[in-house]
Ligand binder design. Structure first.
Ligand code: NAP
Ligand code: ZN
Length: 365
């Protein structure tokens, strides 16, 4: 049994200001990587600029990361960042994953970027510091980065394994999320916890982490139904998301994530929402009913139908044609990496059933 998570996680009020000295560990010139707007709206970019200036660290800003970034977007960032010693990614999963991928190109040269990011195993990166603002992908505590792969017409995990050296977490940067972003991203964290717990790679350590994350999520789940959220509830959801990252860093995700990529690539359904729409039909199919029962108990739901009803209130319903279901299920049958993480043999009909049940909203359990 192994556990490896080298990221130093600091969760605190005014975390950037209080920890400005750490930036000096990594060199004289930083690249800040953000999405187009949110890092400006939530104040993280301003705080970081001020702190880097106070520490006399030169920096450039690449603020053009799009949601579900493609390789071309990462290449643009690498051009801006040429010559930088380290990268600070602020945002949801898209900018922080882009920061990791840009880090690989800064370390290894940015020519032939597609091959370096998606085909060459285990390249290293310049140091990455993550400042998350969604709760969320957990990318601040995982070695993964997901890029949109237009050659394969899906989203793919990059080939490198890059844990951030630091994750700096401050609840104030999460309070500006619009309701739909908060719901989608917090549901993403729940799917990480669930897919890690049910995973073939689960260990005593990861099950413990995942169940505690699920329990925390369950204690504040009702707050996701409201327009406004308290800092206290948001902090609990952030803790659940960070724990989820620590769990999937060891186990990986499985079927809902693999099947959700088609919904994001082809229907522009947000990443967390895509996984959440498939999660209950997935759990309905899992043979280990005692594990499913533990998840429901920790979330404080009576049964799977109650969980499905709750998620439907948060996310709405999935609509897919039979042709799309058949195509996406066949594509998923080729995703060996995700299929092998599920503890049971999966056949095409199982995947079709998960998509269909998710559309119909009908569960057996
Ligand atoms: P995201 O794509 O980073 O952001 C979604 C939206 O939320 C964007 O419009 C963003 O604005 C906005 N936003 C983010 N933080 C905000 C804040 N505090 N206030 C207001 N708006 C905010 O969403 P995400 O779900 O966090 O990340 C999804 C990506 O992460 C996907 O590519 C997914 O595949 C990947 N992922 C990675 C891992 C991993 O372990 N590496 C795990 C799961 C998923 P801006 O664009 O202006 O920033
Ligand atoms: Zn996810």
């Amino acid at each position: 049994m192994r556990y490896y998570m080298p990221t130093k996680v600091i969760e605190d009020k005014d975390v950037i200001k209080k920890n400005g000295k750490i930036f000096k560990e990594f060199g004289k010139k930083a690249l800040i990587v953000t999405g187009r707007n949110s890092a400006k709206i939530n104040g993280a970019l301003k705080d970081l600029r001020e702190e880097l200036e106070a520490q006399e660290i030169d920096y450039k800003v690449f603020d053009q990361v799009v949601e579900n970034p493609p390789v071309s977007n990462v290449e643009e960032g690498a051009k801006v960042g040429r010559g930088c010693d380290f990268i600070i990614g602020i945002g949801g999963g898209s900018p922080i994953d882009a920061a990791k991928a840009i880090g690989v190109l800064l370390e290894n040269g940015s020519e032939d970027a597609y091959s370096k990011l998606l085909e060459t195993p285990m390249l290293s990166s310049v140091p990455i510091i993550a400042i998350p603002t969604t709760a969320g992908t957990g990318t601040e505590t995982t070695p993964y980065a997901i890029v949109t792969d237009h050659k394969k017409k899906t989203k793919s995990n990059f080939s490198a394994r890059i844990f951030p050296v630091y994750a700096l977490i401050d609840v104030k940067y999460f309070m500006t999320m619009p309701v739909h972003v908060r719901r989608n991203t917090c549901v993403d964290a729940l799917t990480h916890l669930v897919e890690s717990y049910m995973n073939v790679n689960a260990t005593v350590y990861t099950e413990y982490i995942a169940l505690e994350g699920i329990r925390l999520w369950g204690t504040v789940k009702e707050s996701l139904l409201n327009e406004v959220i308290s800092e206290e509830a948001m902090s609990t959801l952030i803790n659940a998301s960070t724990l989820a990252g620590m769990a999937i860093a060891q186990t990986g995700t499985s079927l809902p994530h693999g099947m959700g990529y088609a919904l994001t690539y082809n229907h522009q359904i947000a990443h967390g929402k895509a996984n959440g729409l498939l999660m209950c039909a997935y759990l309905d199919m899992c043979k280990n009913r005692s594990k499913v029962q533990r998840i429901l108990e920790n979330l404080n739901f009576e049964n799977l139908k109650e969980l499905a009803g709750f998620l439907q209130k948060l996310l709405g319903r999935l609509e897919l044609s039979d042709e799309a279901i058949s195509l996406y299920a066949r594509e998923m049958m080729r995703n060996a990496g995700k299929l092998k993480n599920h503890p049971e043999q999966v056949v095409l009909e199982d995947l079709i059933a998960i998509y269909k049940k998710s559309v119909m909203g009908e569960l057996d359990d």
